[in-house]
Ligand binder design. Structure first.
Ligand code: DGY
Length: 425
């Protein structure tokens, strides 16, 4: 085992708050949904029990209707805004801990399969009951996605808040977010810019709109049907849909192992619907997949990493495969580390600002996985190697400047450590 692998494990230990892992100290002091799913896979490379525990702690926050919230506030902290009082979700799930009111990409099902497969290779028959319990939590959340976030049956699931996408200030949301009011009743007391330079974070006007959206949904008392009608921001997101489709395939794999026939049928129907939805979002001229703004009815053409995420779920045809390869190579041309989260030739590109250009190790992990699935192993190996090098050079930072390779955002970041462990595994 290398020193850097040791260092990655040490970061997970440092960010462990008792069976769950914070993304990083102070900047993100609670349990985040998709961070934890990635982190659990990192743990699985050396500690299966701790990997299961990460997911078990996450479902402590699952709502009665199946939603897995994006933040679980296990213990109070004053280093993050907005905290539980701004969300005010208590009535939506009748048990502690309190949570935020929105969700995040459902990597959970992918993580569960990853962990379970390693457990099986280690001959760990004792994980069966734990797997079954987590499987059913994931299934409830997938049912929630289909019912609540695709009520008009497009085969695409929608986000009602940019924070749900995980790519908070991506240029993909600019036009849709511009329609959202900047007026808020809540005083905006940002903490993030006390931990990280404001030049690497969303702008103040973004935060006003983020909080305005929280207030709209809080006034709906977090009732999903009311939220759907009231939402001033509603995007059928290809990245979210792709992750849901892939996680659904992974749940089908688990259900087959557990011999759960009804569940296999139910999940297979969901899977078919999502794949059909995704296939319809490919655009030849853009050489990628595009999200749909459900309020304007228009394609979101901004070139972001989401273009390529559907590869984790679907098999491209030969034309698409060549087009994606060319496009990713174009985005990475001249970069010390790709894949940038916004294309470098786009006028929206900012190499240091959060989701407007920087490279994210977990996104590269997904892209590598999708390229391998689509028989583009050579390109996958290049991106994997560059990601590992970037981490070894700059440390376990939140994200990386693609032009200089500089580490940016929070330090000692759990999911970057997890990405290192998994890519090296
Ligand atoms: C933040 O606060 O920066 C998060 O991305 C919201 O989840």
């Amino acid at each position: 085992m290398s020193d850097i692998t040791d260092a990655a494990r040490a970061i997970l230990a440092f960010n462990d708050r008792g069976g769950y892992t914070v993304p990083t100290d102070a900047l993100y002091p609670f349990q985040w949904n998709w961070d934890s799913a990635f982190v659990s896979m990192g743990f699985a490379t050396f500690n299966i029990d701790r990997a299961y525990q990460e997911l078990e702690r996450l479902i402590e926050g699952q709502w009665d209707d199946g939603m897995l919230p994006h933040i679980v506030f296990h213990v109070p902290s004053d280093t993050y805004f907005p905290g539980p009082d701004v969300w005010n979700t208590h009535h939506r799930h009748h048990k502690k801990p309190t949570t935020s009111g929105i969700t995040q990409p459902p990597v959970f099902g992918m993580a569960l399969r990853y962990i379970y497969e390693i457990a099986l290779t280690e001959g760990r028959e004792d994980v069966l009951a734990r797997t079954r319990l987590l499987f059913h939590a994931a299934l409830r959340s997938h049912r929630w996605w289909m019912k609540v976030r695709d009520p008009e049956k497009r085969g695409l699931v929608a986000i009602l808040h940019p924070w749900e996408s995980g790519s908070d200030n991506s240029p993909a949301w600019d036009e849709a977010l511009a329609r959202v009011s900047t007026i808020t009743k809540t005083e905006i007391c940002r903490q993030d810019t006390k931990h990280v330079s404001a030049a690497m974070r969303p702008h103040h006007a973004d935060y006003q709109r983020f909080i305005h959206l929280v207030e709209v949904y809080r006034e709906c008392k977090w009732d999903p049907v009311k939220q759907w009608s009231a939402a001033p921001f509603k995007v059928a997101d290809v990245q979210m849909t792709a992750i849901l489709a892939r996680a659904t395939a992974d749940l089908i794999w688990i259900a087959s192992h557990l011999n759960l026939l009804d569940e296999i049928n139910e999940l297979s129907t969901i899977h078919r619907i999502l794949l059909d939805g995704l296939r319809g979002r490919w655009r030849n001229n853009l050489r990628g997949f595009v999200s749909l703004d459900l309020i304007s009815g228009k394609d979101i053409q901004k070139p972001t990493q989401a273009y390529f995420i559907p590869l984790i779920a679907i098999e491209l045809d030969t034309y698409q495969r060549e087009a994606v390869q060319d496009e990713i190579e174009r985005w990475c041309n001249g970069m010390i580390v790709g894949v940038p989260s916004t294309a470098p030739f786009s006028s929206d590109f900012e190499s240091k600002r959060y989701w407007r250009g920087p490279v994210w190790a977990v996104i590269n992990w997904l892209i590598v996985d999708g390229l391998c699935k689509n028989h583009l192993a050579e390109l996958a190996a290049i991106i994997e190697g560059n990601t590992i090098n970037a981490i070894e050079r700059a440390g376990f930072c939140e994200y990386f400047d693609p032009i200089t390779g500089e580490g940016l955002g929070g330090n000692s970041f759990s999911w970057t450590a997890a990405a290192y462990l998994v890519l090296r595994h």
